[in-house]
Design a protein around this ligand. Structure first.
Ligand code: SAM
Length: 216
């Protein structure tokens, strides 16, 4: 049984708005943080229901931080839930937010879903995610929508932008250092997980991969 899905389906708290296939993804990447002193950041508060869901799921030691552009969201604060008002496309705001955070273990981007917002948020906050933390960006289908600054094969889209991540994690094997060399992203990223509308990045310090031959 997926406990997050169970919580969602029986929710009597504030309204939560999620695509149904996201619950399996959350469980897969977030369950290891349950009942630990995890710091969870979600961009996009709306009614506040998802922040309550994270609080319930991660447990008493968790601290949940919401970011939203709508000042009314500030009223949705409660014990373990703190809300920052600001624009995720505003890099100065994101930098000042990052300075106030002792550590980010999980970052969920469920905000405005525009390309410029997702890219600014990734570039400013990914480096602040803990060494073994998780980045999750939702609703990537907007990368295929002109209304949100995307479009199929539009190189301004977040999907096209993130396709370079595949090269970056494989940079250890590049024979062309001018075009591809080991970067901080390479050294700090363990894996990329693409799902319908979702990208999850698992951070973990990595070293040059090595291979061995064993046997007789
Ligand atoms: C999809 S809703 C969030 C839903 C919520 N996470 C849930 O699961 O129930 C998107 C939210 O992002 C906020 N938003 C839109 N543009 C934003 C921006 N540029 N910066 C921060 N928040 C933004 C909206 O005000 C809205 O509350």
């Amino acid at each position: 049984m997926n406990e997050l899905l169970d919580y969602f389906q029986n929710n009597t708290g504030r309204v939560i708005h999620k695509w149904m296939h996201y619950f399996e993804i959350y469980e897969r990447h977030f369950s290891r943080f349950r009942h630990t002193p995890v710091n969870v950041v979600e961009i996009g508060v709306q009614n506040g229901g998802s922040l309550q869901m994270w609080k319930h799921y991660f447990g008493e030691q968790a601290r949940v931080f919401g970011i939203d552009i709508d000042p009314a969201c500030k009223q949705l604060e409660e014990p373990q839930i703190k809300i920052f008002i600001g624009d995720q496309g505003d890099r100065a705001f994101l930098r000042s937010f990052a300075e106030t955070m002792p550590r980010i273990d999980i970052l969920i981007d469920d905000g405005g879903h525009r390309m410029s917002q997702q890219i600014a948020t990734f570039e400013e906050l990914f480096p602040h995610i803990d060494d073994c933390g998780v980045y999750l960006c939702e609703d990537l289908h907007t990368s295929y929508w002109k209304s949100h600054g995307g479009g199929v094969n539009n190189n301004q889209s977040f999907i096209e932008y993130s396709k370079h991540f595949i090269d970056y994690i494989n940079a250890w094997h590049s024979h062309d250092p001018e075009r591809l060399s080991v970067s901080e992203f390479t050294r700090s990223t363990h894996s990329l997980h693409y799902y319908d509308s979702v990208l999850v990045i698992e951070k973990r310090p990595t070293e040059r991969p090595r291979h061995e031959m064993r046997g007789v």
